[in-house]
Design a protein around this ligand. Structure first.
Ligand code: ATP
Ligand code: LTN
Length: 327
């Protein structure tokens, strides 16, 4: 089975990315032939700093390895190292609906937040569709916010197959049962996010333990004492229960039962401990791996080579089916 996912090398990665992303990547890599792509081409769709992009590409690569992705077993690479991704994005734009792109909630949200809206922000989902389809992917592990983009990728595959003949496998998404959408600790109606969240409400994987504790202890809850998972009535408390469940693997019911009547103080303090215990070893491994940039560079180069080989046959078929002459 082919597995593919992408993650942007922008901003500091947070607990939401761990829960919806990293954690799932490490778990799914055992199920098949996995490709994890650092989608640097996607990060130029909003304002960015070229120097920061370079270092955050290595940052993210080290973090993926620290979170348990094994570069021997899986292919980890940078999107810009494999030119097939840019080519696919252009070719697939012929079978992508302009109207559907305009309905993407991520585009609507992100374009509202800024004065300059790049064309790339609009066409972003075509590049993502190409990422996935080039590898004949069966399974895409992602968080809840990427559902609509995956649906578009499936539509693109089906439209291409109908118009030009069976070429692409139509991929399925895999969303974690728990923690597919971790919310901001200060504004639990919004997802935890580096671009749209609050700094105090966003737990970074790189945060030192005392910062993690402070952020979790000051998480917004309601005025009750009842530790109960109810997203409507108790968004803040529910979010903390999910975070604890992600960190420890316990069920909601077990967590609720343990804090029954105990109030929020001890509960928050234990959530903080659980998150520190989860992130500490990842942060430590990250620090070690990030220190050797030469080694990271070599590993990325060998990932790119494997990815190029895997993507080439599908790209070639696309050119042929679409009627291009080949050199
Ligand atoms: P951000 O909103 O912080 O900029 P992003 O979703 O735009 O993040 P990535 O860092 O590429 O960009 O996301 C990597 C993975 O993390 C994706 O699969 C995404 O679905 C998942 N993810 C992002 N935020 C959350 C969240 N709050 N809860 C669960 N999963 C999340
Ligand atoms: N759009 C995604 C990142 C992404 C991706 C992909 C995820 C780009 N290409 C292919 C899965 C498969 C995001 O913003 N998180």
């Amino acid at each position: 089975m082919r597995i593919f996912s992408g993650i942007q090398p922008t901003g500091a990665k947070h607990l939401g990315n761990y829960s919806g992303g990293f954690r799932q990547y490490a778990a799914t890599q055992a199920e098949g032939d996995a490709f994890f792509c650092i989608v640097d081409l996607h990060s130029i769709t909003v304002d960015y700093d070229p120097e920061a992009l370079r270092s955050s590409t290595y940052d993210l690569f080290a973090l993926l390895l620290a979170a348990g992705i094994d570069p021997e077993r899986s292919t980890v690479f940078a999107q810009s190292h494999v030119t097939a991704h840019s080519e696919a994005a252009w070719l697939l734009s012929a079978v992508t609906s302009y109207g559907q792109l305009g309905r993407m909630t991520q585009f609507k949200d992100k374009s509202e937040q800024r004065e300059f809206v790049s064309a790339g922000l609009f066409t972003y989902p075509i590049l993502m569709a190409g990422d996935i389809l080039l590898y004949q992917t069966d399974l895409v592990p992602i968080g809840d916010d990427q559902r609509q983009h995956l649906e578009l990728a499936r539509d693109v595959a089906e439209r291409f197959n109908q118009r030009f003949g069976e070429t692409f496998r139509v991929p399925e998404g895999r969303f974690p049962e728990i923690g597919a959408r971790i919310m901001d600790l200060q504004e639990p109606e919004r997802k935890m996010s580096t671009t749209g969240g609050t700094p105090q409400g966003t737990v970074l994987i790189a945060d030192p333990p005392q910062t993690v504790r402070k952020k979790i202890k000051s998480a917004v809850t309601d005025s009750g004492r009842d530790v109960r998972h109810d997203r409507q009535e108790k968004p803040g408390v529910s979010n903390l229960i999910e975070i604890m469940s992600v960190a420890t693997g316990e069920s909601f019911a077990d967590i609720e039962a343990r804090y029954d009547g105990a109030g929020y103080g001890p509960f928050k303090s234990d959530v903080a401990d659980a998150v520190v215990a989860l992130l500490d070893p990842i942060r430590e491994r990250y620090r070690e791996l990030r220190a050797d940039e030469q080694a990271l560079r070599r590993l990325l180069a060998s990932g790119a080579e494997k990815a190029r080989e895997a993507a080439a046959p599908t790209l070639e078929t696309v050119y042929e089916r679409m009627g291009f002459t080949r050199p």
